[in-house]
Design a protein around this ligand. Sequence first.
Ligand code: URA
Length: 310
Amino acid sequence: MKESLNAVIDELKALRKGGTDHVYVSDEAMRGLQASLASVNASPAIDPKEEAARALAAIPDRIRSASPEEFDQILKDDPVVPTTHKSLLSTSPFRTPPVVTLPEGDKRTRWEALKSQVFECPVCIKHSPERAQVAFGFGDLDADIFFCGEGPGEEEEQKGEPFVGDAGQLLTKMIKAMGFDREQVYLSNIMNWRSLSPTGDGKRSPTIEEMKFCLPYLKAQVEIVKPKLIVALGVSASKGLLGAEAFRSLREIKGTWLDFEGIPVLPTYHPSYLLRNDSKRDKRGAWEDLLKVMERCEVLISEKQRGFFL
Ligand code: URA
């Protein structure tokens, strides 16, 4: 029963991630959900891993994302901060994001050095399942367009390349429709590993804390490639790049030029959302964002390209 409720919650989260803020629930479905909830509440089986993840998630962002120095200051200013926050956070491996220092040299030399640092990152290794590869970027180091996703899925972890699963295949088709090969753009992710649900049996959205940990690696890739622009695919990529407080729903900022470290960022739908959601309007919406990208890169756009998904 708990699994089916979790499946409903995961689906709702996925919809929200894709920008949906309302769903219709029939009276009958609502009664079914209430009955399921009552039966779960009647026999609460406490999973310690879930409990720990919940406790960590309940810590306010201001405290969770504070540096050790900021945290000490928060404790001084606000003695009511529960000390459990401190002990929970002090055990969190994400408290100290990596420091990246790129060597002198050409783009390839700097990129290879960064890749080695990521592959040797103990936190990334610890969070990548056995036999999976720590994920890193792929593509042209001189690309104008930098696509940023959330994090690897199972297939990406196996292959060690971003966007090779179903969502990746759709993204590759979209890139082709723009007139490029995937080798002519740069593809990467906010996360270098797949965030698993507390029970370890499914993917979940990464936490702000996890994304903040991995961000220096993404930032360094942007610094090496120096793209003309970044396309942020979905909610996590947009939050990771722009900050958790930058928006409430992706629809608020989708298709709007924003900024990451001086580089224009265009948030749009994640291809996995487009795969799940058969709305022609959203597909056209995503395509219109890619037309904006082509315009900004001064790519010639044919009439046929302008008319896709109409
Ligand atoms: N989804 C992502 O966000 N990134 C990938 O690399 C694959 C799927």
